[in-house]
Ligand binder design. Structure first.
Ligand code: ADP
Ligand code: MG
Length: 329
């Protein structure tokens, strides 16, 4: 029997933003996402990591068909999202829900917790008769560890962690298969981060959910991801299973990001040393030629500026892909 198509798959995905003319001349587009391939497996978590501005949120919007790619495809269970009729797209959108970073801005302050969680059911009103929706909303609140007795509170009456739980309950209302979590814990204190991450893991086990989990640092992703993709200036520079990427990073950029993460194993702590990257990432309007990381890479040689490295397996691990002329491991 042929394998089932992957749950979610992006191929050669590109999003260039045209930002209008300046002084009568057309400006170069912002290359927010510039050729991304990725696959999300059923029941697993793909961690997507990279500095602010590297294109993570743009990629998230493309995966959810909230934005049209400049080119490339997104398939959900083998179906190309771009080819769907609007009714089919509406149906498909229920399967993929977004959890955003900042529940302060993503939750309507005038609505109660119950209304916030019930709203998706009111919008997709063919799913459930009206009288059942409030019951389901209360169940959802309980499912994410909120007190259903607080159903009539407004967002500002909850803590940051509770608001994020509310955002998760809302995202789960339509029984999605996939959650795209865009920096879901970046605005929270470390102790609260752990609670929200544990909740996401429990929900995943209980409902067989699959996650794309976005973060700007590798520390958070270590606790959730099965696979990790590292993004730099609109491209994935390294991708592999979590343990491989964390224990034997092959791309210099991954090494630099990892060197900023405290190692949980005290025997390894401080043996590798911190790599401090020079300068900010270059502008995605004019990414460097060749390997986009070469302007900040301590291993850079002539070929790095002249030729873009294509993703390739490393010798030690055929499943790990790295885009570098001089990979480690
Ligand atoms: P991240 O989520 O990794 O911080 P984003 O996807 O938000 O990155 O942004 C990637 C790049 O695209 C940034 O340079 C950002 O300024 C630019 N960008 C994002 N959205 C738009 C837009 N709607 N129009 C123009 N540029 C955008
Ligand atoms: Mg973002």
């Amino acid at each position: 029997m042929p394998d089932d198509p992957p749950l979610l798959e992006a191929r050669s995905l590109v999003k260039h933003y045209k930002v209008g003319a300046f002084a009568g001349r057309l400006r170069a587009p912002v290359k927010a996402v510039d050729g991304v391939d990725l696959t999300l497996k059923q029941g697993s978590t793909l961690g997507l990591v990279g500095e602010s501005g590297c294109g993570k949120s743009t990629l998230a919007r493309l995966l959810m068909a909230l934005d049209r790619p400049t080119s490339g495809t997104v398939r959900v269970e083998g179906r190309d999202l771009l080819g769907l009729s609007s009714a089919e797209l509406r149906r498909r959108r229920r399967d993929i829900q977004l959890v955003m970073q900042d529940p302060y801005t993503s939750l309507d302050p005038r609505m109660t917790a119950l209304e916030i969680v019930r709203e998706p059911l009111d919008i997709h009103r063919d799913l459930m008769p009206k009288q059942d929706r409030a019951t389901r909303a209360r169940e959802l609140l309980e499912m994410v560890g909120l007190d259903p007795g607080h159903a009539h509170r407004h967002p500002h009456q909850f803590s940051g962690g509770q608001r994020q739980r509310l955002g998760i309950a809302r995202a789960l209302a339509l029984r999605p298969k996939i959650l795209v979590c865009d920096e879901p814990v970046s605005a929270l204190d470390v102790s609260v981060q752990a609670q929200v991450i544990n909740l996401l893991k429990e929900l995943q086990r209980e409902f067989g959910l699959s996650y794309v989990f976005i973060a700007h640092d590798l520390a958070v992703v270590r606790h959730v991801a099965d696979e990790v993709a590292v993004m730099y200036l609109g491209r994935i520079v390294e991708h592999g299973d979590r343990d491989t990427v964390y224990s034997r990073p092959a791309h210099a950029y991954t090494r630099a990001l990892l060197s900023a993460v405290p190692d949980p194993d005290p025997r390894r702590r401080n043996t590798t040393g911190r790599i401090v990257l020079q300068g900010d990432p270059p502008s995605p309007t004019r990414p460097p030629t060749g390997c986009a990381f070469h302007t900040r890479c301590w291993k850079s040689q002539e070929i790095c500026a002249g030729q873009r490295p294509e993703p390739a397996a490393t010798r030690a691990d055929v499943l790990r892909q790295v885009s570098c002329h001089f990979p480690e491991n």
